[in-house]
Every structure is written in structure tokens, then in C-alpha cells.
Write a protein that binds this ligand. Sequence first.
Ligand SMILES: [Fe+2]
Length: 303
Amino acid sequence: MRFTAQGDVGVGPGAKKVLDVIAGLNPRLNLALGDFGYKAGLEKEFCGMVTGKLGGDFPYQLITGNHESNGEDGDIEKYVRCLPNKLPGLEGTYGTQWRADVPEQNPVVRFILVSPGIDFKNGGPLDYSRGSERWRWTAEAIDQARAQGIPWTVVGMHVPCFSLGEKSCQAGKDFTNMLIEKKVDLVLSGHDHVYQRSHQVGLGGRCSELVPANFSALCLTDTDGNLLQGSGTVFVTVGVGGVGLYNVENNDPEVGYFSAWSGKNRTPALGTLDVTATASELAARFVPAEGYSFTDSFIIQRK
Ligand SMILES: [Fe+2]
């Protein structure tokens, strides 16, 4: 089961080059991690660009970014209409908070897409605080996937928590630690226009939680590219789906959490994450768009 993932797309030449990469990889679905057209009124142009490159039946699956969640620079409701859900059995609210198992029968991956830390039309963020309805929805989706024996759990959202780019922990410390505590295999985000992939991090022993901007080596469970499922979580930000890049801060206090990173000032690259999941292994790599050379790869094996 192959899928691609990236966010922060735009409607320019970079977006088109990345869509060409996705088309060439021919994945079963693409996770579009928010920030699509960047401007009100560009929804149809964006959707036309995507369907022109990938076809009208391709599952280009949406989770909103901050640029369309509150309607100011575009409207997630319009994107949802012109790039509707294509995954059978999807539950929740497509575009904002949804989950789907792929394939629907004998699934290999449960995808859980959520929207903490960004403003919506009511003026504020949705409530993902500890014990809230959305927190419980997320936690139950993870627990149930494990109970059902689905091999892999992938959580996606627009905003990261840990980042070497410009952004702080918009996803929320508690919510992020809940994902780690539950040993979600892979957490994907965009928002910071960089690529960054963490080591596998986990709670337990002398690591009771990960604190943003405060590195603790005690929370690293595996630091090479060959990982074992069940030890912790890998975070990947793929905010390089087409728009202008941001710098990475090589001296960021969180740098110890990361294995690979790329930004405007360090091996810059637009591109996509490319993930192939089987019942025994999840293999991921960064595939750069034409004209870029940065790459990264890691494998998680099931015990
Ligand atoms: Fe963005």
C-alpha cells in the first residue's frame, strides 16, 4: 500500500513539479497536509491543477491548513467540494477531522487526520485539549486500530509540534505526547516550509514527556534509519509541496530530536514523502522534485 504526503502547495511551478513526482510514483492515495491555494478564490484553480495532474478519480485526500480553515485565504469547504473524499469507509468530517482504513478490507494502514492549533471560522482553534471530545476521538481511533490488528497507524495534521523551522508547538504539547504515548508509528505535518524527520522518540523510563524547545536524549528510542515498531513515534514535516521554503535553524534546541532536515538554507528541496507499507514493514523516503537533490529514507519493521 503506497501513499504520498506533503503540504503547503500553492498553484505555482513548484506545486506542479511536485504533482508530477506524485503522478510518477502512482500511489494509492495522497495526503495533502493543508495550505493549498494560499489566496481566497483560488479553490477551483487549485483543484483543476490537481485533477489535471493526477486525474479526477485519484484520492487526493485533504486535511485543512491554517490558510483555508478560517476562510480568509481560501475555504476548506470549497476545497472539499472540488476534491471530495475518495476513500470508502471514511469516518468523521472530511477535510477537518477524519479517519480511514486502507485498503478498506484487511487494512494495512489506519489514517487519522486532525486539526489542532489552527483557527476556524468561529474565530478560534478546535478543542483538542486533554480529555476533550476531539482528544478522545483521536485516542479511540488509535486504540481501536491496535485492537483490530491494523499493522500501521499514521496521524496527519497541518501543524507540527517539534520543528527546526519557524514554528512553535502549535499542535499542543499534551496532544503530541498522547500520540507518542500511544506509539503512533508516524506523525505527519506541514506548516513549516521545510522537510524534517525525527528520530524515533518514546516515553518511558526517565522520559515522562517531550517538552517543546527542550531536548532530552532520554526520549530517543532509536536514532538510525532502521526502526522497530512499538518503541515510539517518528515525526515528519513535509511542508515542501510547492511554495517558497523557510530556513532551518541548525542550532535549534530541538535539533537533537531530528535525523534529517532540509530548508531554504540547507540542501533545499521541494518534493514529497513516499511511503510503502506492508504487513511487515513501513518504508518511507523523501523524493525531491525536478532540480533538487535532497533525499532521506527510513524503515520501520514490525516485531
Ligand atoms: Fe504554509
